[in-house]
Structure formats: C-alpha cells, structure tokens
Design a protein around this ligand. Structure first.
Ligand code: MV4
Length: 506
C-alpha cells in the first residue's frame, strides 16, 4: 500500500479522497490555487501545497506543476478525482514517466475512450450494441446527406472528441443538415481543437443509465449495478439514483455483462462507468465510457456497501479485486442531489460568495459529501458544486422521504443554492412514480412559474428577519410549506409555530 497520495483536485471530491486515505492509513497531500488557500480540502489534508493562480490552466490543469509537487513531497501516487486532469491521457503518462502511480486506468484506455469514433469502432468489433450510426468522421456534406438518409431522420451529429453534449446537434430533416453540420464542426473545432463529427440515429427523450464497473490489474472485472442519471439540465446532471426504477434483475445482468465486455475490450483497469442510452422499449445502446470516478459514485456505494475510493487505491497498488461478481448484492435505494451555488430563480446563474450561515442535515439514511463550511467564500472560478446530499432507504419511497426531510433541514445563507429545486423534483408525482427521461427537468421547469414581484417580497423579508432573530439556533429547519400540518406531510412544522414555541420558553 502507498504511504502518501497527492490529490490533484479540489472541493468535495478532494475531501472524499482525503477521507479514504485517512481510513487506509495513507498520508494525504492537497494542492491548491490562490483562491483555494482557505478551502476545506486544504484544511483536511495532512500536507498542502500551493500550485498557482485561480485560473485552472495555471493550477489544477498544470500537469508539470502537479507532477513536480508530487515528486518533491514524496507522494507515490496521484488521485485525480473527476473533471480537471482525470481523463487526460497525457497526465496519466506524465505520472508514469515520473514513477508516480496514476490512480485510474492506463493512458491507452483513456485515449481510446476519449475518441468517440475510435471507441465506437472498437466496441463494434467486440459486438457491443451501439446506437445505429457511423464510426468514422463525416467527410463531406454530400456524404453526411447520404448517411443521414440511410440511418433515417431524426439524426444526431456529435463531436468525435466530445462527450457531454458539446458540438452535438439534433437534425430533424434533410433541410436542417447543412447548417447543423457546419455549426457542429465549428463548435467542435473551437471546443476541442478537433472538428471531426459523426452521425447517430437520434433517440427521442431517452433515459440515461450508466453501469459502474471495477477492474483490477490482473484481468478481473465486475459490475456494481446501474445508476439512473436522466435528471439533468443542459447536460449537467442534477439528481442521480440507484438502482434505476426501470431496471430489473434481468436487464441489470444484461447491461452488466455488456459493461464488463466493454471494459475488457478496452483493456481497462480501476473504476469506470459505461453510459447507455435507453429507449422507450428498454433497448439499451453503448454511448461512451467515463474513465474516472464519477460525481455520483456514492449512490452505488450505498446500495452495494462498497467503498469505491478505497477500492480504487487498492487496485492501483496492484491488489486483486477482493470479491467476485456473485458476491455483489444490491440492497435498498439511494438518491443523490447535487447542491450547486446557483440561483434557480435566475436562470441558474452561478452564485459565488461568502457562506454566512450553514445548517447541515444528518440523521437516518443521510450522507452528505460537502466541500463547504460556514465562513468560506465560494470562488467563482470553478464548477459551483458545493455538496452532495444522498438519501438512502430500504426502498425508493423511504429514500425520497428521508431526502425531503433532510432538504428541509438544509440552510445555506449568504449565497443562492438549488436546494428548493430538489423539493420540487422529489414532490413531483411523475418523479415519485419513477417516470423519468432526459426531458423531465426541462418540462418541470417550463411548467413552474417563478415567484413574481407582487409586493410579497417585502413581507417575506420581514418574516425572514423575525425568523433570523427567533430561530437562529442550529436545531432550526428551513421555512417549509407551512400550510399542511406536520402529521399530514411529515415535514417540519410551520416556522410561525416554532417561533411561538421559542417565545414561550423565554
Ligand atoms: C444522444 C441522444 C439521443 N440520441 N444520442 C447528450 C450528452 C452526450 N453524452 C450524449 N447525449 C445524447 N446523445 C442519440 N443518438 C440524446 C442525448 C441527450 C442526453 C443524454 C444523456 C443525458 C442527458 C441528455 C440530454 C439531452 C440529450
């Protein structure tokens, strides 16, 4: 086992990895930029080193600086977290060249999955079900026209170097093809320095379901069940759950076996995720593979009882997988809410700033992976993910109930967060019935009319003032609906009632 690991990341995921290191008796090393000097990961690590300016290219994306820091402090391995350098084959190679273990797959596996067309070619050869389409870049408009006609409209144009929706265009009819092709190529060129695009049959309102795998460096691969990730906004996931409400034991085994074959064909090791698009008839198609630990890994941890970060580190130190497929059991249901510093009433604009008050939920079936603390200033330079609130229960309904309860206990003062959005999602009848697809959130948001400026805001401000004075003790909860009695909805009692009780005690 390693003695010291450097974490090339920040925020909640850096804290998550530091905790795993502590549990394994491994020393942890944080790195930080100018604006992260006071961040939680720096406070929690055994050692911390400044690596540059706030701009990520000068700090968290600076390969040379990070590898040099690891060498100088004597770290034997680097955990890249997610985002930043986590899927950068050059970084994985630079680590290897410096004699440092990259906690993740080989540069060759990262490289393969980084090219969507190459990955499609390799996976087709391995007999993996793909969305019908091409596995080479579009050569000309005329060729695209012909291919699109063969596939049948609607078609999807995608960037070969892409993923996550950049350079992607939905094309309904032949007339739309030419302008879509030109704009997709130019967007891909701008975003990735590679304008190659390819064509796929478009699946309308698909579900996005992904399969977690683990592979050791001795050829053993297992799957750990799926995650339902259909709730997203602008290709940014918002809520994830495991298991998927539509996947039963039979479908899980089929998807799991395909995922294991994908990982095997890619010569993959460490933790990875195979993404599938699922159509309304539950046909599933390989979409892409994420060659890193994912944001939403906790839901899989809760339903399998495994610690994915421990296992990543153990795999990187060349241990064999400590279990076989038959020993993996899925139990209960977990749902994750991504708490972002953004304003749901103003187009989800980022809302950086100082956290002046923080009341955090806990209790039965609640896990909170957070990178914030009261008094900390959320920097504007990075992804605004503050924390992940995960609810676990014996079944989906219990997980939802626990999350609703915990969300009502959550209060983040000084900045805007999307906490209220989750109260809406989790209360939605379609959500509760498990009727989700990738269009769900946009439909919910289109339906919902934002609070209008009708003069009530002044009254609300006065009420909030009273609330702050009477109810600033850490056992308070957020203002809830107040119109229903506690016994009827299981929520926190009315803030007015609570204020009255406080008064009576004085
Ligand atoms: C698709 C698709 C429909 N048909 N491909 C979006 C992100 C990128 N990773 C793949 N994406 C999609 N690819 C075909 N052939 C619909 C999407 C898509 C989507 C996928 C996953 C999660 C959310 C999504 C939201 C809109 C579109």
């Amino acid at each position: 086992m390693f003695k010291k690991i450097l974490i090339a990341n920040r925020g909640e995921i850096a804290v998550r990895v530091i905790r795993a290191c502590r549990e394994l008796g491994v020393l942890s090393v944080a790195v930080y930029s100018d604006v992260d000097r006071a961040s939680l990961h720096v406070r929690k690590a055994d050692e911390a080193y400044h690596i540059g300016k706030a701009n990520a290219t000068e700090s968290y994306l600076n390969i040379e600086k990070i590898v040099d820091t690891a060498t100088r402090c004597g770290a034997e391995a680097i955990h890249p977290g997610y985002g930043f350098l986590s899927e950068n084959a050059k970084f994985a190679q630079a680590c290897a060249d410096a004699g440092i273990k990259f906690i993740g797959p080989s540069p060759a596996s990262i490289d393969l999955m980084g090219s969507k067309t190459r990955a499609r070619r390799e996976m087709q050869r391995a007999g993996i079900p793909l969305v019908p389409g091409t596995s080479a870049g579009v050569e000309s408009y005329e060729q695209a026209q012909q291919t699109a006609r063969q596939i049948g409209y609607p078609v999807m144009l995608k960037a070969a170097a892409g993923g996550g929706g950049k350079g992607m265009r939905l094309v309904h009819s032949p007339e739309e093809l030419k302008p879509a092709l030109e704009s997709a190529q130019s967007e891909a060129g701008g975003a990735f320095g590679d304008s190659e695009v390819y064509l796929e049959k478009a699946i309308i309102n698909p579900r996005h379901i992904e399969m977690q795998i683990l592979a050791d460096e001795h050829g053993n691969v297992v799957y750990l069940g799926e995650r339902e990730c259909s709730l997203q906004r602008r290709h940014q996931k918002v809520l994830e759950e495991a298991p998927s409400p539509i996947v039963g034991a039979e479908m899980r085994k089929k998807m799991g076996d395909v995922a294991v074959r994908v990982a095997t064909a890619a010569g993959y090791s460490n933790a990875g995720t195979i993404e599938f698009l699922v159509d309304e008839n539950k046909n599933f198609y390989f979409l892409e593979m994420n060659t890193r630990l994912q944001v939403e890994h906790p839901v899989t941890e809760l339903i399998t009882g495994l610690d994915l970060v421990h296992l990543q580190i153990r795999i990187a130190s060349r241990e064999k997988l400590p279990f076989q497929q038959e020993e993996i059991r899925i139990r209960g249901h977990a749902i994750e809410c991504r708490i972002y510093a953004e304003d749901p009433d103003n187009h989800f604009f980022p809302s950086p700033g100082k956290i002046t008050l923080l009341l955090s939920p806990s209790g039965p079936g609640i896990r909170r992976d957070s990178g914030m603390y009261e008094g900390w200033t959320v920097p504007l330079e990075y992804d605004p993910l503050l924390a992940k609130l995960i609810g676990y229960g014996a079944d989906r309904q219990q997980a939802v109930g626990r999350l609703l309860r915990a969300l009502n206990e959550y209060f983040v003062g000084g900045i805007k967060t999307n906490i209220s959005l989750f109260l809406r999602i989790l209360s939605d009848p379609d959500f509760q019935a498990g009727k989700l697809d990738t269009g769900f959130l946009d439909r919910l948001l289109a339906r919902e009319t934002p609070v209008s400026a009708d003069g009530n805001s002044e009254i609300a401000a006065i009420a909030a003032g009273i609330f702050a004075v009477l109810d600033s003790a850490p056992n308070s909860s957020q203002v809830s609906t107040g119109t229903l009695s506690p016994s009827s909805n299981g929520m926190a009692p009315s803030t007015w009632k609570k204020a009255g009780r406080t008064e009576a005690l004085r």
